[in-house]
Design a protein. Structure first.
Ligand code: ATP
Ligand code: MG
Length: 599
């Protein structure tokens, strides 16, 4: 199979982030700034060479769960912008919170970003970083802020602090501890660090403005006491920085130019700038400083993008695991058969905007079809098998055991993929819904008296069917029309309105998982609804299907178009020699109705 088209290379539509970057590049905002090859403070970078990266972005996951489609959007955006503008994107584990992080998630995130097609190695350096490696600097910066009178230790209770913060209409009131001298604050902060005070007994706060209309500027907490073992730093620290303090510093140490986050951080931007400006003034951070830009979150219909709710699906065994093919996690999408290129195309197509967006799930399916249409090998499959017996077989071919060899291109546009071979036999399998005893209007497939073409095979004329005691059809009978084999001069002599797919006696039996949306509602958790009330009972239908013989050799994760049925993938865990297992990725069209097709 040829390499898939490089979706990274496709031209992308303008959006506000691209405009900002282009403006910065035109203005030379980041030109000539130094980068020491690794994260560090002002002195570290001052000794470095001019940065070979024109811009620096980052994807900063908290390693506390599996990545989902919303994260994939952020990955594609950040790595994509760096790629498009001669920059570098860092993968940074935002692991400053000691409680929730685990190595399992770190490994899974690394694998997911790689699978999506992105890499953080550039200019001979790996740009994979851990925010917890910056704890020493964060502590030093906090002491510097204290020394400059820009931070103080507050011993009010959490309750008092909440009450004195005010609200949107009421200004806050100043803490009684706000007037302490830098020396007093420094001593107290060192005691906090040295474990002399209980968890929650005091915090370090930035000293900004208790009357600010932006509540985030009313002396936000920047350090708290928390006795917890950290996965990277162990028990070295019993104080930990708050996210709003840590994140801007992480960006600055790594010399990020464009720090792109989701809209809910918009109100944090003034603090982001306040903090970095002061630390640069204090000589600790290199200028030019990073700037934060917010874009709208990606939500997708029929899925949920909250780690907490996805965890609930797993823990309550509503799905089989984090990589269940119905999960909107990167691993779920992968197992389902989605291609990295399709996910990147979805992300690129949604660009970046200043409002949260709801994307139709069908758009992702459409990206998948667009990617696979031109490259996935074709195969015939019968998902609901019903035997079709060709009663005049021996008359036509001299023997009931005769097998008529048939062939079809592996892909209609790729002769270099070669031919598929399969045999037409006295009994073949057809899909149950390709037969109707009493055909509805416009039905051109098998019904008594009608002729159809078995695709790539011969024309047959239906003669009837057999039924069990319950009236269910158990077999369809037909007569093969001699000299009508596809590709032979006689093929066009008999005109038919219907062509159906089939599998001969040489086909294989396989488990096929027919996946559909997990929920019946486009916004399963909207308005506080319990999403368990809108589960789609038919989100997984497992069938025993018949597949053409060549699929016995399918590799795990190999994708196919099953003609007339959709796109399918050999399951990456369960498929193997002698145990074929395929997952439906998507049908061929929304609301696809099987119908006549030319051979
Ligand atoms: P969740 O709300 O599911 O827990 P999160 O935002 O807390 O996700 P992080 O690990 O902090 O998870 O996210 C890493 C990055 O991914 C952040 O920059 C965040 O803004 C981005 N991100 C997360 N969800 C989305 C989304 N739905 N659309 C776009 N970006 C997202
Ligand atoms: Mg988060």
């Amino acid at each position: 199979m040829p390499a898939p088209a490089d979706a990274h290379a496709a031209p992308k539509a303008a959006n506000f982030l691209r405009s900002i970057i282009e403006r910065d590049l035109d203005a030379g905002t980041y030109q000539g700034r130094a980068f020491a090859g690794s994260p560090g403070d002002a002195a570290h970078h001052a000794a470095g060479a001019p940065d070979p990266a024109k811009i620096r972005t980052r994807f900063p996951p908290e390693p506390n769960g599996y990545l989902h489609i919303g994260h994939a959007k952020s990955i594609c955006l950040n790595f994509g912008l760096a790629h498009d503008y001669g920059g570098v994107c860092h993968l940074r584990f935002d692991d400053t919170n000691p409680e929730k992080e685990e190595q399992e998630y770190v490994d899974a995130i690394v694998e997911a970003v790689h699978w999506l097609g992105f890499d953080w190695n550039a200019n001979g350096t790996s740009h994979l970083f851990y925010a917890s490696d910056y704890f020493d600097f964060m502590y030093r910066a906090a002491e510097a802020l204290i020394g400059a009178g820009l931070a103080y230790v507050d011993e009010q209770s959490a309750e008092e602090m909440r009450a004195s913060r005010g609200d949107f209409t009421t200004p806050g009131t100043e803490s009684p501890f706000r007037g302490r001298t830098p020396a007093e604050n420094l001593a107290r902060f060192r005691e906090m660090r040295d474990g002399l005070h209980a968890d929650g007994s005091m915090v370090l706060r930035a000293k900004i403005d208790m009357a600010s209309p932006n509540i985030n500027l009313r002396d936000p907490t920047i350090y708290r006491i928390r006795r917890a073992t950290h996965h990277n730093t162990g028990d070295t620290w019993c104080i930990y920085p708050m996210y709003t303090y840590a994140h801007p510093i992480e960006d600055a140490l790594e010399r990020i130019t464009h720090s792109i986050c989701t809209l809910e951080f918009e109100d944090q931007r003034p603090f982001y700038d306040w903090l970095l400006e002061h630390l640069a003034d204090l000589g600790l951070l290199a200028r030019p400083l990073p700037r934060q830009y917010e874009f709208g979150r990606l939500n997708m219909t029929y899925v949920m993008t909250s780690k907490r709710k996805l965890r609930q699906l797993v823990e309550e065994k509503i799905v089989a695991g984090w990589d269940d093919p119905r999960m909107p996690t990167v691993f779920g999408l992968r197992r389902r058969g989605y291609t990295p290129a399709a996910i990147r195309a979805m992300a690129d197509g949604t660009g970046a905007s200043k409002t949260n967006i709801w994307l139709e799930y069908a758009v992702l399916e459409q990206c998948l079809r667009a990617d696979l249409e031109g490259q996935a090998p074709r195969a015939m499959a019968v998902l609901d098998p019903l035997p079709l017996e060709l009663t005049n077989w021996a008359e036509v071919f001299g023997s009931d055991t005769h097998v008529e060899p048939c062939a079809a291109p592996a892909h209609p546009q790729h002769p270099e993929y070669g031919q598929r071979a399969f045999g037409l036999s006295r009994t073949v399998w057809v899909d149950r819904d390709d037969f109707a005893e009493a055909p509805p209007k416009g039905f051109h497939r098998l019904f008594p008296g009608n002729k159809v073409r078995l695709k790539y095979g011969m024309v047959v004329e239906c003669t009837g069917c057999e039924k069990d005691a319950g009236g269910r059809v158990t077999k369809v009978t037909a007569r093969v029309v001699p000299d009508t084999k596809s590709g032979t001069p006689g093929a066009d002599a008999v005109k038919v309105k219907g062509t159906i797919t089939w599998v001969g006696a040489d086909g294989i039996e396989a488990t096929v998982n027919l996946y559909d949306r997990l929920f019946t509602e486009p916004q399963p958790d909207a308005g506080g609804r319990d999403f368990r009330d809108v589960l789609n009972p038919a989100s997984l239908v497992v069938v025993r299907a018949r597949l053409e013989p060549g699929l016995a050799a399918a590799a795990r994760e190999q994708r196919f178009q099953f003609e007339r049925h959709g796109y399918f993938v050999a399951d990456r865990e369960l498929h193997g020699p002698g145990v074929p297992v395929f997952n439906r990725i998507a049908t061929l069209k929304d609301g696809f109705a099987p119908g006549a097709q030319a051979a």
